[in-house]
Design a protein around this ligand. Structure first.
Ligand code: MBD
Ligand code: FE
Length: 311
């Protein structure tokens, strides 16, 4: 068609009316954002000559995305969530906040409400034949390297099929399987006794995988374990560790892998005494360094809708 209408008065008036910028009513912030995003879309339609058929394919795609409940999954897969991390990293750098364990994305599969234990928690509730025993332990320290008492370390990860409890399409896992929370004692130590996870793959029939297919991308993550670390004194940390040796470690569809978040996996014996399912087990030491509050507050706390459940 090769026509350009974006700069016409008719199109600009339409944009202004639709976003309602400058109105007494509504949210000025939402008006500002909608005006910009809708304007960028209008301009892209002109520039790329996006056809009506393509627009309606996109509109109906959003319906499927919502039906599948995958908007947050797509946000991870398109790098939107990683982009927010890049911005928070840059903000920290500009504020000269250095050190600390690197953040990496939360992802869409956290569930609030895991039972809180003192220092140690065994979190494999359901048997999983294909998963070997794993201990993840470490020390939470503050900005001066001092152990932090009373830090709440939460972790969550997938089973040997790459499925997370609460979101498992097979229904095989009970609530909070492979999800735990421990409070550190004076020594700052935490420990989870669990099973080795396998990487996640997007639902094959879902909207996210549908778009990834068209982009010629896969929808898989390497094996990983998520963490939240929360205290009164320091900023909350959202991070993950990767399981060393996973072939997808640097090919994560959600771009969450970071150099400092690949701790070694060590072969150990003595698991029976720890209540593990075999005497031989694997151990990962993951020490966690927190960063200071900024003017007494956590300036990078992220609020988003999160699932919750009761044990
Ligand atoms: C996951 O387990 C995950 O961590 C992310 C970011 C996206 C999908 C599944
Ligand atoms: Fe995950």
């Amino acid at each position: 068609m090769n026509v350009k209408v974006f700069d016409t008065k008719e199109a600009q008036d339409l944009l202004k009316a639709a976003a309602n910028v400058g109105s007494e009513d509504g949210s000025a912030r939402v008006q500002q954002i909608v005006s910009r995003l809708l304007g960028d879309l209008f301009k892209a339609i002109d520039d790329l000559d996006i056809t009506p058929d393509e627009i309606w394919a996109g509109v109906h795609y959003f319906n499927k995305l919502g039906r599948d409940g995958e908007a947050a999954l797509l946000a991870a897969g398109l790098g939107l969530e990683k982009f927010l991390d890049i911005r928070m990293d840059a903000a920290d750098k500009a504020a000269e906040i250095t050190g600390g364990t690197p953040r990496t994305i939360e992802g869409p599969l956290y569930v609030a409400g895991a039972p809180l234990r003192d220092a140690v928690s065994r979190i494999d509730v359901n048997p999983d034949e294909d998963a070997g025993p794993l201990v993840i332990r470490g020390t939470v320290t503050g900005p001066d390297g001092e152990p932090v008492a009373g830090a709440v370390v939460e972790c969550w990860h997938a089973n040997s099929k790459g499925f997370y409890s609460h979101f498992d399409p097979t229904g095989a896992q009970s609530e909070f399987n492979l999800r735990g929370a421990v409070s550190t004692a004076v020594d700052g130590k935490y420990e989870f006794r669990t099973l080795m996870p396998v990487g996640y793959g997007c639902p094959p029939q879902g909207a996210t995988q549908q778009l990834l297919d068209v982009l010629g991308r896969h929808g898989n993550r390497p094996a990983h374990v998520h963490f939240f670390v929360t205290t009164d004194k320091y900023r909350k940390l959202t991070t993950q560790i990767n399981i060393e040796g996973d072939p997808l470690i640097w090919d994560d569809f959600a771009y969450a892998t970071r150099e400092d978040l690949i701790p070694p996996v060590v072969e150990k014996i003595g698991g029976t005494a720890l209540g593990m399912k075999t005497d031989a087990y694997k151990e990962i030491e993951f020490n966690i360094a927190l960063t200071p509050l900024v003017q007494g507050r956590d300036n990078q706390l992220v609020n988003r809708l999160r699932a919750s459940a009761t044990a």
